[in-house]
Design a protein around this ligand. Structure first.
Ligand code: PLP
Length: 371
């Protein structure tokens, strides 16, 4: 039987670090304190330091991080937020949850990140913020986005759910914009063993509003200043994240080496598009996404060889059932074509170089018509 190459292996991070993780979890269980305690405080300090930001506030998950970040920068019902047309639906849902309207903007083909040159045409008197996503782990071109937003008096919130450890202009993603939302969903570059999220920022006011919002809108028990959420990162997940954070740079270095191997092996194949690199950005390689007009056939061929691939994302939010009733969407041809041609190849610290070589060889044979 051919050896299986899994797309992702969340369990392998546990196997690799089992003694450290078991000790961290035991420590929390024995402490008798499970929410808003010392582990969370320590993780927040460590993650703020890692992301080169002044403040980190742990929350329940990535979607909540986005919602609370939007509220904290002042987005209100009825207003509009510019979002990538091609993103995971959570980016749009966050805008919808604060009662605002997501206004889609097409990406730059290749990097697939928000095209700064298309922001102007999406601007209306209701626009109050821009929400770029660092898609697949590669920072969006923040300088022109931040410059344009500033010129129009708009806030910027980054969706960094796929970009742990990435850099833009030699600075970690973490506080280039007004607020940065993170997810620690198990499959992310930094993931916990359940749900988790955080917001990082250099703005003390934003951090303070999120701290109040995440805990029922209260600073002091039973005194509720605002209608808050229950959105807390628990002590067990915080303790797990502290252990894993110490290994993140090494894991990302592995991802980078595997990406380089894909690049050299897959260069110049007929019909195959490789990821475009953003100048001034350091990719975190959460996903390695190629393009091919006959994507489904390529995916079937890889599957027959035991190689698991995924599509991020097969249905853009504006074509999803969830947003069908939100009005008549215009066409987003770049986004719609990308959904038909994207294919995510296996990448992650669980993979070996010889496994990547096997993926490369299957794709080479197929592209040359010999597979
Ligand atoms: C994973 C992800 C989210 C949501 O994170 P959750 O923790 O699952 O809520 C948001 N945006 C993007 C781009 C993501 O990849």
């Amino acid at each position: 039987m051919t050896e299986q190459i899994p797309f992702l292996s969340v369990g392998s991070t546990y196997t690799e670090l089992q003694p450290e993780l078991d000790a961290a979890i035991q420590r929390v269980l024995q402490s008798g304190w499970y929410l808003l305690g010392g582990e969370l405080k320590a993780f927040e300090d460590e993650y703020a330091q890692f992301t080169e930001s002044q403040h980190c506030v742990g929350v329940a998950n990535g979607l909540e991080a986005l919602v609370l970040a939007l509220k904290a920068v002042g987005v209100e019902p009825g207003q509009e937020v510019l979002v990538p047309a091609n993103t995971y639906i959570a980016t749009w849902l966050a805008v919808s949850y604060v009662g605002a309207t997501p206004v889609p903007v097409e990406p730059v083909p290749g990097t697939w990140n928000l095209d700064p040159g298309r922001l102007e045409e999406a601007l209306t008197p209701k626009t109050v913020a821009v929400l770029p996503v660092h898609l697949f782990g590669q920072p969006a071109d923040l300088d022109p986005i931040l410059g344009w937003a500033k010129a129009h008096g708009l806030k910027v919130v980054e969706d960094a759910a796929q970009a742990h450890g990435a850099r833009y202009r030699n600075r970690r993603i973490g506080a280039h914009a007004d607020a940065v939302a993170w997810s620690f969903y198990p499959g992310k570059n930094l993931g916990c063993f359940g749900d988790g999220g955080a917001v990082t920022t250099d703005d003390a006011g934003v951090a303070d509003r999120i701290r109040v919002l995440r805990n029922y809108g209260s600073r002091q028990k039973y005194y509720n200043e605002v209608k808050g959420h229950n959105s807390r990162l628990d002590e067990i997940q915080a303790a797990v994240l502290r252990v894993k954070l110490r290994h993140l740079d090494a894991w990302n270095a592995r991802r980078k080496a595997l990406a380089a191997r894909y690049f050299s092996g897959l260069q110049g194949l007929p019909g195959l598009g490789l990821p475009g690199l953003q100048a001034g950005a350091e990719h975190a390689w959460h996903l390695f996404v190629v393009d091919h007009p006959r994507r489904d056939e390529l995916q079937t061929c890889l599957a027959a060889e035991g190689i698991q691939t995924l599509v991020h994302y097969p249905i853009p939010p504006h074509l999803s059932e969830a947003y069908a009733s939100d009005g008549s969407w215009k066409a987003f041809p770049i986004t719609e074509a990308a959904a038909e041609s994207h294919l995510s190849l296996p990448i992650g610290p669980h993979l070996t170089e010889s496994e990547v070589d096997r993926v490369v060889s299957v794709i080479r044979d197929w592209c040359h018509g010999t597979g």
